[in-house]
Design a protein around this ligand. Structure first.
Ligand SMILES: [Zn+2]
Length: 486
């Protein structure tokens, strides 16, 4: 008889400082058989599921049953009714599957739900309640997951990415598939042990290609050499969530009866992290907003261009609204064309209202009150005049290139992470010829990094402020490093 594994995904990274909710319309939803198309997807948006499907594809003794796969770009707290609807859909499908041996779930691990808080903990405890007694629950997590007691209590295995930027998403799905297969084939009951340290860290200070993360990830690989260890991970937490259990954690998944050793190993891994806490620093040059523009101008004068400046306080890939106007205001008032003989390019300001105002006005002048409509805490709308140079449609998103005398601004009808150069080329901007790009981002993805002569972080105020001390935490347990002294 075939073993039956159900699989699904509810994936969101929720920024509690963003003054907007994540709602149903923000989620991409795949259901039932459509989910199998993920296996042949070119992008890795559902990468963990893709990896798991690849692994089980030739395992004839297994029947893999889809439920729902949903994900949304990081944004504000998830609306309670949206979460409850998704949870109900997943639970209903699970209840309709007879004879389940296991559930494979892909979760981010930092979903925060209105009125509930720990989304993954709530979801996993509800799943555990309805499953057959011996059915296993195996989950993949983002390395930026916020591990909670409730999550650990209700699963048999948690396995997180080992890379940031995330280049092992599919591999993590394969590894979790292997772990689940090994457990089922050998009648193992995996046991999760974890250890947490009071530490907050941003992704921009913990890229895995550089130290100290490089050595710490190696510690995980060494730990996984033990025959009784099924997997070892670090979850770094998500600093832009005001969550009582936020922090860095280690996870060890051990085979049956090795829980005690797992606990000791998890503590050792957490201790190694804590000992290196003072070694973490920005892995890209980082300056105050004014200083970042000044350095970029100096760089251009030395022929170091294109220079990519990340407006890091308004990073949509970490849940910011993408309509903060502070850096736009600063640059527009500095008259860069007079200093570098080129207009800087800003990508993007999310403003559907402004897009509507421009969409039928190609080659016409427009005056806009741009951005500052969602992030009205740290910024406000900025009045700017310019010519609508080009309007393009990319899928469901409309982009407008507004050319003002001192800056080119790309405005979008939806929030979007700028992860490659395609948008610049499509809208008629040659990334090689232009000198300064300002992108709404934190650390840059390889596509942009490789195209840049130099990259820097502008430490702007906003919902993804990298200067964590400036954020108004209320629920976060204190003291915590590096906000408090240790
Ligand atoms: Zn992440």
């Amino acid at each position: 008889m075939k073993r039956i594994i159900a699989f699904g995904m509810i994936y969101h990274e929720s920024n509690t400082f963003t003054p907007a909710y994540t709602e149903e319309k923000d989620f991409v939803v795949l259901k039932d058989k459509d989910i199998f198309d993920i296996k042949d997807c070119k992008d890795d948006n559902f990468g963990e599921i893709k990896g798991m499907l690849e692994f089980f594809y030739h395992k004839r003794n297994y029947k893999i049953v889809p439920t729902i796969c949903v994900r949304a770009l990081p944004y504000g707290i998830v609306k309670k009714e949206t979460y409850q609807k998704l949870k109900k859909e997943l639970l209903t499908r699970l209840l309709n599957i007879n004879g389940l041996s296991a559930v494979f779930l892909s979760l981010h691990g930092s979903m925060y739900v209105e009125g509930i808080g720990d989304g993954e903990g709530d979801l996993l405890s509800a799943i555990k309640k309805i499953l057959p007694k011996n059915a296993l629950i195996v989950c993949t997590l983002d390395i930026h997951a916020t591990l909670t007691r409730k999550m650990v209590k209700n699963v048999n295995a948690l396995i997180a990415y080992k890379t940031a930027p995330h280049t092992d998403v599919v591999d993590t799905g394969v590894d979790a598939g292997k772990l689940l297969y090994k457990a089922l084939e050998n009648s193992l009951i995996p046991k999760v042990s974890y250890s947490s340290i009071p530490m907050l860290i941003s992704g921009e200070q913990s890229e895995t290609r550089v130290e100290p993360m490089k050595s710490l990830i190696n510690c995980l690989r060494v730990a996984e050499q033990n025959s009784w260890v099924l997997s070892a991970s670090y979850c770094l937490g998500f600093p832009w969530a005001d969550h009582s259990e936020n922090g860095v954690s280690s996870i060890v998944v051990a085979t049956t009866n090795h829980g005690k050793k797992g606990k000791i190993l998890a503590k050792e891994l957490a201790d190694s992290f804590w000992q290196k806490r003072r070694q973490f620093d920005f892995t890209t040059e980082a300056f105050t907003p004014k200083e970042s523009i000044k350095r970029a101008i100096e760089g251009v004068k030395k022929n170091e261009y294109p220079i990519f400046i990340s407006d890091s306080g308004d990073n949509p890939t970490a849940g910011s609204p993408e309509d903060n106007t502070n850096l736009l205001r600063l640059v527009d008032q500095m008259n860069l064309p007079a200093l570098i003989n080129d207009r800087p390019v800003l990508a993007v300001i999310y403003d559907p209202e402004a897009v509507c105002h421009c969409v039928d006005s190609v080659k016409k002048d427009r005056e806009l009150h741009l951005g500052g409509k969602i992030d009205n805490i740290y910024s406000k709308p900025y009045k700017i005049k310019g010519k609508v140079e080009k309007v393009i449609n990319k899928g469901s998103i409309v982009y407008v290139l507004l050319r003002s005398p001192k800056i080119d601004v790309i405005i979008s009808s939806q929030r979007v992470g700028i992860t490659h150069l395609g948008i610049f080329k499509d809208i008629g901007i040659d990334p090689i010829k232009r000198k300064i790009f300002i992108v709404k981002s934190g650390y840059l993805m390889d596509n942009l990094r490789n195209a840049a002569s130099r990259t820097m972080l502008s430490l702007t105020n906003g919902c993804t402020d990298l200067m964590l001390k400036r954020l108004p935490y209320q629920r976060l347990k204190r003291p915590v490093f590096p906000i408090d002294e240790f």
